[in-house]
Design a protein around this ligand. Sequence first.
Ligand code: DAH
Length: 341
Amino acid sequence: MKQQLEAIRTSALEAIAATKSADELDALRVKYLGKKGELTSVLKMMGKLSAEERPIIGQVANEVRAKLEDAIEAQSAALAEAALAQKLRDEALDVTVPGTPVRVGHKHPMYVALDELKEIFVGMGFTVLDGPEVELAELNFDRLNAEEGHPSRDWSDTFYFDADSRVMLRSQTSPMQVRAMDTMDLPIRIIAPGRVFRKDEVDATHSPMFHQVEGMVIDKGVTMADLKGTLNLVMEQLYGKGTVTRFRPHHFPFTEPSCEMDVQCHKCGGAGCPTCKGEGWIEVLGAGMIHPKVLKMAGIDTEVYSGWAFGMGLERMAMRRFKISDLRLIFENDIRFLEQF
Ligand code: DAH
C-alpha cells in the first residue's frame, strides 16, 4: 500500500508540474484528491490494515496528501503569474513608438485672399452674407434693373434650369444686394462672397464657375465720395500704403453712375510690364451708386437713402496677391501647386 501511495505521489507531482492551465490543474486535483480520487480510494482501504501498519501508512498518506496540496497550490500560483505576464506582454503599448503622421491640409490660396478681404471689411463694420447659388432670374436681373432683352440674360450666357428662364445659376453675386435690401434693416453694410456661373469656355482667364465678392452700403447721405474713400482704403490695406487707384466711367444696369476701379501696377509702378499687360493699370472691380430704380423696387425711400455697391472677381484678386498666372491652377486642386501657399 505504501508503494501504491509512493506511486501516486510520483505520478501526481509529475502531472501537476506539467499542467499548462488552471483547468488542467483543477482536473488533476479532482483526479487525485477528489471524493472518488485515487488517493481517497487508497485511504478508504486503510480499514483493512493491521493495527501496527495503520499509523505508518496513515502518516505516509497524510504526507502524500499534503505534498500534493502544496504542489497544486504552488503550481496554481505559478500558472497565474505566467498568465499575467503573458497578458502584460500581449497588451504592451510602447508609447515611445512614433505615431502615424496625420496629413494636415491648409487653406486654399483663394480663401486666404478672401479671408484677408473679409477682415478688412468686417473691421469697417460690414457684415458678411452668404446666399444661394441657384437664384431667381427676378433677383439676378429684374430687381437689378436688367430687364427682358438685356444681353446678359441671353441663353448663350446663362445657365437656366427651366424653359421660361425663371430659375438659374446666379451669374453674379449682385442679387445678394436685393436679398439684403429685402431682409435687413437700414442702414446696411454688407459683403457677400460666393460662386457665380456663366457659359464661358475654360482658358487661362475664364471659367464657367468663378467667385465674386459683392459689397453694398445704404445709408442716409451716402455719396460717390464714400465709395471712393472706402475702396481706396481697402486697396491700401490689400496692396500697401500709397497704392494709386483710378476710377473709369463704365456702365452697369444697377448703378448710376457706374465705374470700374483700377490699381496702378505694383510691379512696374505704371510704366507697363507683363503683369499689367503693358497697361500700367490693373482692373480690380466694378462699382457705382445704386440706381434709384433698384432702391425703389426694394421699397427704400430714395429721398432719404442712397447707396453704393461694388463687385470684384475673387480669383483675379488671389492671382494678383500670389502672382499666379493661370486661372486653371486655382481650380485644378493639384496639391503640388496648393502646397506652395
Ligand atoms: N455684377 C457685376 C459683374 O458681374 C459687378 C458689379 C459692378 C457689381 C458694379 C456691383 C457694381 O455691385 O456696383 O460684372
